[in-house]
Design a protein. Structure first.
Length: 74
C-alpha cells in the first residue's frame, strides 16, 4: 500500500483493523482487505485526522451517518 498511516488516530486504525478482518473472512486477500479497510475509514472521516482548526468537510454524509437524516425527507 502507498502512503503512511501515521496521520490516522488510534481509533481510526482500530476501525480499519476490524473492517480488514471482516473483509478477510469474506474471502478477500490481505492486501485487498487493507485497501478496503482504509478506503472505508477515509469515506467516513475524510482521511487521517489532521490537527488544526477548520479542516475537513462541513457536513459528513457518509453512509453510516446518513440513515436517520434521510428517513424524514420528502
Amino acid at each position: 500500500m502507498r502512503g503512511s498511516k501515521k496521520s490516522y488516530t488510534s481509533k481510526q486504525r482500530r476501525q480499519a483493523r476490524h473492517i480488514e478482518d471482516s473483509a478477510k473472512k469474506s474471502g478477500k486477500s490481505a492486501k485487498r482487505a487493507k485497501q478496503i479497510a482504509y478506503a472505508t475509514v477515509n469515506k467516513q472521516d475524510g482521511g487521517g485526522k489532521k490537527s488544526g482548526s477548520g479542516r475537513g468537510k462541513k457536513r459528513n454524509m457518509s453512509s453510516s451517518r446518513k440513515g436517520s437524516r434521510k428517513g424524514g425527507l420528502k
